[in-house]
Design a protein around this ligand. Structure first.
Ligand SMILES: *Cc1c(COP(=O)(O)O)cnc(C)c1O
Length: 398
């Protein structure tokens, strides 16, 4: 895609969220752009110049559609970046990036604590299927990172705050280690969102956002984005992964996420505030064994988060309760305001217990090994969320 000038460049994040990618519909003058649910587009009379693997010409839905392109303009603007590629899911975006950058014999350094699909891709798929050398490290320990990122390493991938332990990695320091060794740095920014953290400005080469989460924010559409200023590699991702592997987003989902993203800064600020209030309450509550949230002054990631996160610390809190798996499940089932379901970043609060039999639990810091819950704060009144957590804890004797 040839990038258009963003007429709102330089204006504030809220203004960009409202206006970038939006325009009058040329056909009707409608103040909203239409939803184009079309698989094909009228070809030019002269076919000699058509490249069927290109994303420049609207031709076939897998090569791109207008709703995807308008959302790409908005997501790029939220990161102050030159380009974004929007695909069918967060994992589709992660895969598109890894698939394009990595080949047999390349070395990738990835985190001990990461999204489940990243763990699967590097722990058992890219290494066994394609002979990529995958090295797992504790990204919160810079000495370990330095030892693992050897000259010629192709890619370092991090997630901060990480899913599910909400640990903080030093983006600028890891970028420096990566670049000194000729490696690229990609950052999964889903937990922070672009309101709170913009990794490209801290030295990252690529950012991935699961649009499914806070940016859409309504729990009703799946999508993912790769954001970067490396325009040559972005074009390669379009060619190698979007057009020729095909995790393309439905125009309808792009339309929904576009609509959700308009109110994203407003919702995210509220979520930042409520999460801080709930985390402080949990930290005082008896029978809560630990609270992991970078906004808490005694959190191991707090100082670093204050430096690299701008407006707040995000909407995900992890905490532990002094109980076995069965009691933790009964606690989740007893909640009335908070919904017992996977995912995060919805309008409603969501809670998900990490069972102690998950094979990844031994990779997490010790305190996360029993009675561990991941809690995504929603838009309900903070006092109602707190009262609900309290009543459900009491119901199971905690
Ligand atoms: C949810 C999530 C993803 C994946 O997004 P999907 O849209 O579910 O594929 C990736 N990274 C993080 C940190 C996530 O929380």
């Amino acid at each position: 895609m040839a990038k258009k000038e963003n007429p709102f460049a330089g204006l504030g994040l809220d203004t960009q969220a409202v206006h970038t990618g939006t325009d009058y519909d040329e056909g009707t003058g409608a103040v909203r752009r239409p939803l184009h649910m079309a698989n094909s587009y009228r070809l030019p009379d002269d076919l000699s110049k058509v490249n069927y693997s290109s994303t420049d010409l609207l031709m076939y839905a897998r090569n791109g559609n207008p709703n995807q392109h308008w959302l790409e303009e908005k997501i790029a603007a939220l990161h102050g970046a030159q380009d974004a590629i929007v695909l069918a899911s967060g994992v589709g975006a992660l895969h598109a990036l890894f698939w394009t950058l990595l080949k047999t014999g390349d070395r990738v350094v990835y985190p001990k604590v990461s999204y489940m699909a990243v763990y699967r891709m590097f722990h058992e798929l890219f290494n066994r299927k394609f002979g990529v050398e995958t090295v797992m490290v504790d990204m919160t320990n810079l000495e370990e990172v330095k030892a693992a990122v050897t000259p010629g390493t192709r890619l370092v991938h991090i997630e901060t705050p990480d899913n599910p332990t909400v640990g903080i990695t030093d983006i600028a320091a890891v970028a420096e280690i990566a670049h000194r060794n000729g490696a690229l740095l990609s950052v999964d920014n889903t937990f922070a969102s672009p309101l709170n953290q913009r990794p490209l400005q801290l030295g990252a080469d690529f950012v991935v956002e699961a649009l499914t989460k806070f940016i859409n924010g309504h729990g009703d559409a799946q999508g993912g984005a790769i954001i970067s200023n490396d325009l040559d590699t972005m074009d390669r991702i379009r060619y190698e992964a979007q057009v020729n592997v095909g995790a393309v987003i439905s125009p309808f989902n792009a339309w929904q996420i576009f609509r959700g993203s308009v109110t994203f800064p407003l919702r995210m600020r509220q979520i930042n505030r409520t999460a801080q209030t709930v985390a402080e309450w949990l930290a005082r509550r008896e029978n809560v064994t630990f609270v992991a949230y970078p906004g808490l002054a005694d959190d191991p990631g707090h100082q670093l988060a204050v430096r690299q996160m701008q407006e707040g610390f995000g909407g995900v809190i992890s905490f532990g309760v002094a109980a076995d798996d069965h009691t933790v499940e009964r606690f989740c089932a007893a909640l009335k305001v908070v919904t017992f379901a996977v995912s995060l970043g919805h309008d409603e609060s969501l809670i998900f217990p990490q069972p102690s039999y998950d094979e990844r639990i031994l990779l997490y810091p010790e305190k996360f090994r029993d009675g561990f819950l991941r809690f995504s704060v929603g838009l309900e009144n903070p006092e109602d969320i707190i009262a609900d957590l309290d009543q459900a804890l009491r119901q199971v004797g905690l």
